[in-house]
Write a protein that binds this ligand. Sequence first.
Ligand code: AMP
Length: 430
Amino acid sequence: MEQRFKIASHVMKNVFSCGYTEPTAIQRVGVPILAEGRDIAAISPTGTGKTLAYLLPLFSRLESPAAKSKIPEQGARGLIIAPTRELAAQIYNETLKLAQGRKWRVVLFSKATASTLKDLAVQSKVDIIISTPLRLVASIQSGELVLNNVQFLVLDEADRLLDTEFVDQIEEIVGLCTNPQCQKAVFSATLPAKAEQTVLAMLKEPIRVVVGLKDTPLPNIAQSLVYVAQPESKLPTLIQYLTSPTGYTPPIIVFTSTQARATSLLSELLIAGVKNAEVLHAGMTRHERDQCVKRMLQGEVWVLITTDVLARGMDFGGVHGVINFDWPESVQSYVHRIGRTGRAGRQGTAITYFTDEDAPYLKSIANVLLQSGQTVPEWMIKLQKPSRLKRKQMGKAQHQDTTVGHKGENVGRALAIKKKCVTSFRLWSR
Ligand code: AMP
């Protein structure tokens, strides 16, 4: 990798030992901008190396571990915010890989680490904190954590961080990074216009970088939309896919709209004899979630059923396919969900089931397919544009159904296959 600015040699050595020889597009453009001290708003498709694009300049900016500094600091110098615990943990692991060889102090913020950092002397020896917004704000508000020494702030998955659930916390965090030299980097694969306005207002003379087309998946993900008529038909369709003699290539990730539906789907798949299926959602304990991620990374999980909690940023490496069992809530959700496959230049497949209820929203996703270079039947593009109200309701229809089977009963395999007589056919695929 070409090195035109100062990144510590041990960090570069660690980059090479990860097997990276050439920077990706976002790294080629983003690293020099950040290394020159500019704020950035960067949009680049899923799986294109955004993490390294901000970690390299972050290490460059901090120069050397705080523990070595003779000048006493007041708080941590680097701060990375991500929307979910799983993503924060993944970024933490990537940061540790680059930090090897020197005494960098990197902290994944949690209840336990927060209590250690109450001591300002300890906190001031920390180089980089990685956290979700809620956990961090709780410590700030109780006066245990100071942010006025932060020199490099990253908002990863920025548009999600600006959702109503997080926006107040993010504004508070950004507002408390009062160091006039604080450089800000905002990254995402999607950034709707309104979120982009908010982001740009938070930054100082930012440079906006867009790799590829905004809100568009990479062409190496083969996307298909599968018509299943009724919600009840999704289960037999999925069971048939997972148990067909031709088989499927694991691992795959299956997205449902709610925790309850994810749990219900797992029971159904286990009854149907699907092997190595597991569920992960935000209603599980931290330990359960961590263990599931670990098993997924070790290749022990073949079918991971989850909700949008895993839709963003998670890099399970060789995920072969994504199935949207339930229609996504937005175009952004669709782009992030299917972005769990086809990462780092690999091939992937993404299948999305749609019912008659989902039909009004079909055009939005069909346009995404078209933009990413896939063929779409003309009638889908000719569909009427959904009203703003309809767009807001996108993907919400199945929220009331807590089970995925027929009228709330458990549908075993035999029954499920019998019920396959309900229309279920692949309408088109690439
Ligand atoms: P990210 O978008 O940061 O989650 O990265 C997606 C995937 O690309 C991860 O598996 C990274 O390990 C990989 N990756 C990041 N940078 C490079 C690079 N320069 N060359 C090859 N693979 C990379």
